[in-house]
Ligand binder design. Sequence first.
Ligand code: NAD
Ligand code: UDP
Length: 320
Amino acid sequence: MIQRILVTGGAGFLGSHLCERLVEQGHDVICLDNFFTSQKSNVVHLLSKPNFELIRHDVTLPIHLEVDQIYNLACPAAPGHYQYNPIKTIKTSVMGSINLLGMAKRCGAKVLQASTSEVYGDPEVHPQTEDYRGSVNPIGIRACYDEGKRVAETIFMDYHRANKVDIRIVRIFNTYGPRMHPYDGRVVSNFIRQTLAGEDLTIFGDGSQTRSFCYRDDLVNAIIAMMNNEDGFIGPVNIGNPDEFTIRQLAEKVIELCGKNNKLVTRPLPSDDPTRRRPDITLAKEKLGWQPKVKLDEGLQHTIDWFKSIDLTDYRPPTP
Ligand code: NAD
Ligand code: UDP
């Protein structure tokens, strides 16, 4: 059935792909964004579609819309972006959640929260299962994002328990792909941009820390499946690719796939940088019948091809 769907943060990296998919499926899609970490070029190709609208708005302020589903993706996601104005980051997670849950309650909409593996902080449990409560430094430089997302999960659960709002919570692990902001400072974008420019690749710390990288198409499949599951499963559920790599391995892979010979240089490890991260996706497999299909080499190749195709001068650096 055709739904009226609001995607907050819809002009961003993941949001723009989600909007594209929902428009293709024939839904009536409203993309809402304040363009803090994105630009209209991500969705300009959708503007001519009769089932797509774009609204410039900030989720920290209330808005009245009539919709059936809400995907709440509005929040800066890269460390350099969310640390630029940490108080605004917390407001976006907390006030944004309250405003959207209020809207969902009023119009009886389902609402999905894009939470994050960062709720586990620097994890003592490996791989991370959903019942692990995490190890976050509440006063550190990542807390504006991690704790903001943790509070958002709390607010979602309380609106569900107190007001019967139909919610979904997905905990997204590192996701990459075309339309990542080339200057977002994340490791995949940095390494590809540096490799193509013939620069040294910047390894923070000794490069032994690990991450598990999920390709954007797999992620979009999972969150749509989560929104539409009708078995009463609200999550939280881990969404990510369990193939785990050290940051040094990732650097070597990017250089190899680009057919280059760049050098690696080390830089200080930022504080509170998690030492390892890998999702346990048993729950997603069981409840959603979902698992990632795209291997890192294939996803990186698509991403490298996209980076080769863009004009970097069209993008603003990470401090907007
Ligand atoms: P992104 O920065 O490309 O997208 C976020 C979008 O939200 C941007 O378009 C930005 O302009 C918008 N935004 C930020 N603050 C806003 C506000 N106050 N009001 C309205 N719009 C606002 O990042 P992304 O990687 O596409 O992440 C999307 C969501 O997924 C985020 O909520 C993020 O926390 C979550 N997530 C992403 C990853 C990942 O690896 N990409 C991992 C975990 C969680
Ligand atoms: N990182 C790195 N070089 C870079 C950017 C990031 O070594 O140029 C490291 C970073 O310290 C972290 C990992 O790569 O250990 C992933 O960083 P990213 O910012 O992509 O994501 P997050 O830390 O939020 O998982």
